[in-house]
Each structure stands twice: as C-alpha cells, then as structure tokens.
Design a protein around this ligand. Structure first.
Ligand code: 86X
Length: 572
C-alpha cells in the first residue's frame, strides 16, 4: 500500500542518515588516529604545535565541519549515535538555555503569564481537529504504536506543538469574560520527525522550547501580547545572545496556516549567507476557538463570544544561531550575559619554580577567583594539575569564556593582572585591586561590542534593491535583500521556483566544469531557493508608484505596485 511505501522510504532515509553518520564517524576516527600516529611537528621558533586541540576546519573554508567541531570541542554537544537527528545537550549548552529560560520566564510572569505542564501525547483525532495546521506537517508527526509487543488500540502522537493538546482544556476553563485573559506557558521538549539534513540546535528531531498560549477578549489585547512577546524574543537575541534580529510580519505563504497572522524575529549567519527564523509570535484569531468550542459569556451577560488566541515559541535553535554568528577559528565565543562562566583563571608555573612558589601562584589565583565570585561574577579557577598552561588556555578559548586571566610568577611579583578578551583576543591590564571593577566593565563592553560587531557584519550583507536583476546579483553574493514587493502569494511562489532552478542549474554547470570529482557539501553552497523572511515593521519610505521588484516578463508581479518593503533570503 501507499502507506507501506511511504514507511519504506522513511526507513531507507533513516538508514541513510545512520549510514552517513557512521561514515562521518569513521572518517573522524581515521583522522584522529592518523594525527595520533604522526610525530608532533615542531614549529619554527621551537614552540610545540598544539596537536589534537585545534578546530578541524576554518569557519570561512568549511563551515559545516567548523560548526560541528566548535560545538563538540566547546562541550556543548555530544553526538547521539543511537537515533539520527537527536543530540545530547551537555551542561555547557544547557546552562546557556537556563540563562535564556531565567530571563524569559521572569519577563513573561511580569506580563501575567503562568507556567503549566500538559501531556506530551495526543490522539490522532485531537491532533487533526484543525486541518490547516496539520496539513503541511503530517509527515513530521512521530507516533507511538505499541506498548511492549502489543499494538495500541489507537496510535498516539508525540506533540509537535501543543495547540491541540491545550485548547480542549481551554474550552473547559473559559466560560465567562472573567476567565479572560488566560495566559499559559510551558517549557517542554517537542518532536518533529524531519528529513531535511539535521544540524545540532538548528534543525533537530527533538528540541526544547517554551510555548505560550493565551486567550483574550479583544483583538487589541491579543495584538499587544503578540508584540510584547516578540519584543522579548528580540531581547533574548540582542541583549542576551548579542545577535541582531529584524522584527516583522510573515508573508501569507510563510505564516502559521492555522493562525491569523505571524510575527517573527529573523537573524542572519554571514558566514553562510543564510538567514534563520529566531522565534515566532502568532495571533491565531478565533480559528482554533471555533474548532475546540472555546467560548465565553460577554460582559453584557447575554452574548457568547469566541476569544482571540495567541501562541508563541522560542527554541534551543537560538543557541545554534549564537554559535554560528559569534564563533571563530579558535572556537565558541560567548556573550557574558549567557556565558556559564564569565572568567576562567589559569595559573601556570615554570620547571624551575619550587613548591612554595607554585603554592603562592595557586593561592593568588584562587584568592582572585573568590574575590570575583563574591562580586557576583561566574568564575572558575582551573586547578587541574595534569594539564599544561597552554592546554588550559586553549580549552577555555574553545569553550568561549569571555575573559581569561593567566597567573604566574610575573603576576605574583608585579600584582598586575592581564585579562584576555575572548571576543577580540586583545589584552587589558590592571592592578590586582582593580580587577573586580575592570572585569565588571569588561563584561558590559564585551556584550555591547559583540552585538555591534554582529550588527555591522549583518548590515554589510543586507542589500536594498528595487529590480529583479539587482535582486539576483545580491542573492548570488549570499546577501539578505530588502525589496519593494507586491505581496502576492503567486509572486513569492514564482520567486522561490525561479531562484531554485537558477541555482540548481548553476551548480550543475560548476560540477560539470570540475569533472566528476565528488564535491563535499561544506555548508557554504549557495543552492536553495529564496523566500520571504518577513515584512519588517521598520519600513523605509516607498517611492510613489514604485513597482514590485518581480515586475518582469513571466512573473505574476509584472506591472504590480509594491505594497511593502520585504526581506528575502535563503534560510535554514
Ligand atoms: C507551527 C505554531 C506555534 C506554539 C509556534 O510557532 C509557537 C509555539 N505553536 C507551530 N507548527 C505546527 O503547528 C506543527 C504541527 C504539526 Cl502536526 C507538526 F507535525 C509540526 C508542526 N510544526 C510547526
């Protein structure tokens, strides 16, 4: 049957995933053992080359390998060989998620939102009650079909999102206008069985998120919440993760199908020229309310009305975006607000130092560590005796700790502290008595400078165009594009199709000119269609009579007036 065929295809794909991963693993292992077998090379100047410690690739040369290398070496991710598309979040990553959680959770509570927890299982009947929102996603739903060896009476889905789980309860709780607003949130995992190639944090089959669901009497209240939440999402990205985002509304094609309108924060990864949806805040209107029979008696005591609902979500994808934006060829670079550790103190001694000298150095490092901790900073003194100073420096660099302080004999006598900034790799010096103040102000400047730098890099890759030719040129150089658009869905479909074909053809030509030699996908290839990212809230002025940028022969936008500046790009 067709269902069996589909299952077979899925199985085969799953196997291919597993095979690909096994291959990668084997290649990695081979590389590693080769390295081990090779004698350590001596660099000119007599300095030993740090072997097995550096990243396997440069960000600008092989982005995909660079990224997996960064997240593994920073100890954020452990690959989970058992099930493809799933990854272990190690404490270094989970700590970052907790920082996001602490901030966001506090802010939504101030808005009147309460936390709760709903089951992760949902019947087919409930899941598919609202057809529009399942239509495009049905293939991604994971089902539990057995307990032990016996089939369940009905297969049960694992939540891909919880609208259909929560709203039957909303119907029980909402009777009167006095029951509104109802604003609930939950911090959970969700499962979406995707078949596009998985990328840790960015596209995974299970991920962590918060999902907020609310119901209001008026459209105005719902609109206000959509925007307050979107603002919090922008703050998570910009103020915590130092990643600039563009706020806007999704096009008809890209909005949540079960909803009324969708707002989004969009980020950009300059290294690959790809944009990425940061988080979404939807107004669902009365659509779900009608289907799940949510209604209330209005203030006049006679009429029944259906509340206006919202839903909104932010996921662990944000950690991947931050890593991709800020990481460099030495590893992860963390903004101080979310860094699990803000300062790493490494102490070093020389072969000629005696025990008393070593103890004094260690004491100085630990005393300084305690002073910084007492001032509220997140600090670790690296007291490991089995590792060299060079190894430790490299270790904290790979983990992205914003500031590193090295303490040795020189510092013991001079009482001068050298702080190394992870973001710029530059040094700041001060007397030991000023360390708390200097580190505290460094935290503020690193946070600001990282956002500024990311914003400059993003802005340099944002093209503002008015014609189709300019659009294609900008797209070919991997830029995000702001263009005057007619907002017709047929036009967006046309752009998607045209750009997809263009880049497929180009890629085929490049392959042909290079011969049969297989090309490794290094994550920088410019294939992929362009789509709308959002219609930014911040709209530049539109020239009188401005035509749509797709106003060319063969396009549905031919001769159409532009109604909004719209952001386009290739996305994750
Ligand atoms: C869309 C909508 C919405 C609450 C959010 O974006 C934020 C938090 N939910 C989620 N969406 C689906 O509705 C969906 C449904 C099914 Cl059945 C599925 F398999 C995957 C889905 N993915 C996204």
């Amino acid at each position: 049957s067709a269902a069996n065929d589909a299952d077979a295809v899925k199985k085969a794909q799953g196997k291919m995933d597993a095979a690909k991963m096994a291959l990668k693993k084997a290649q990695k292992a081979a590389k590693a053992s080769k390295k081990k077998d090779q004698p350590k090379k001596q660099k000119a100047g007599g300095k030993k080359k740090v072997s097995g410690l550096g990243l396997e690739a440069k960000k600008s040369e092989n982005f995909a390998l660079w990224y997996s290398s960064v997240i593994v070496k920073a100890e954020m991710i452990e690959y989970y060989e058992d099930v493809s598309g799933c990854y272990i979040l190690r404490p270094w990553a989970y700590n970052i998620w907790e920082a996001v959680k602490t901030f966001f959770d506090g802010e939504i509570k101030d808005l009147g939102v309460e936390n709760s927890y709903f089951p992760m299982f949902v019947s087919k009947k409930a899941l598919t009650a609202e057809e529009d929102h399942v239509d495009g996603f049905a293939a991604e739903v994971a089902w539990v079909t057995k307990s032990g060896s016996s089939d369940l009476a009905e297969p049960i889905a694992i939540r891909p999102t919880s609208e259909t789980i929560m709203y039957p309860a909303f119907a029980k709780w909402i009777h009167s206008h006095r029951d509104l607003p109802l604003q609930l949130n939950q911090w959970t995992n969700v499962v979406r069985w995707e078949f596009k190639n998985p990328t840790p944090f960015i596209r995974t089959r299970e991920f962590l998120w918060q999902e907020g669901h609310s119901a209001f009497e008026t459209q105005e209240e719902a609109d206000a919440e959509v925007l307050s939440i979107l603002d919090l999402y922008a703050r998570v990205y910009e103020e915590l993760m130092a990643v600039p985002v563009i706020k806007g509304r999704k096009s008809e094609k890209e909005r949540f199908p079960g909803g009324f309108y969708t707002t989004t924060v969009e980020a950009f990864i300059p290294a690959v020229g790809r944009s990425v949806q940061g988080a979404t805040s939807h107004c669902l209107g009365q659509n779900f309310g009608k289907i799940f029979n949510i209604s209330y008696e209005t203030k006049n005591g006679k009429d029944k009305a259906i509340p206006i609902q919202n839903s909104w979500g932010l996921t662990t994808r944000s950690i991947g975006v931050m890593t991709m934006v800020h990481g460099d060829d030495k590893g992860l670079v963390l903004p101080p607000r979310v860094a699990p550790l803000q300062v790493a103190i490494v102490w070093l001694y020389k072969a000629e130092d005696d025990k008393a000298q070593i103890d004094a150095i260690a004491d100085m490092a630990n005393d300084l560590g305690n002073t910084l901790k007492a001032a509220g900073l997140r600090v670790k003194v690296d007291n490991r005796m089995d590792k060299t100073g060079g190894w430790k420096r490299n270790y904290w660099e790979q983990k992205g700790v914003p500031v590193r302080i090295d303490i040795g004999s020189a510092e013991l006598t001079s009482k001068e502290i050298v702080m190394c900034r992870r973001d710029t790799l530059s040094q700041v010096k001060c007397h030991i008595d000023a360390t708390v103040d200097v580190v505290k102000s460094l935290m503020v400047s690193i946070q600001e400078d990282m956002l500024d730098k990311a914003r400059r890099e993003r802005d340099a890759r944002l093209s503002i165009v008015t014609t189709w030719d300019e659009f294609m040129t900008a797209l070919e150089s991997g830029n995000m594009i702001l263009a005057p658009w007619c907002e017709l869905m047929s036009s967006e479909i046309w752009v998607k199709k045209t750009t997809k074909e263009f880049f497929l053809k180009k890629e085929a030509e490049q392959l042909a000119s290079k011969g049969e030699e297989a090309q490794e996908d290094d994550g920088r290839s410019l294939t992929g269609a362009a789509k709308t990212l959002c219609i930014p809230f911040a709209q530049p002025p539109m020239a009188e009579g401005q035509l749509c940028f797709t106003s060319v022969e063969g396009s549905p936008g031919l001769g159409k007036k532009a109604t909004a500046w719209t952001l386009w790009g290739r996305s994750y």
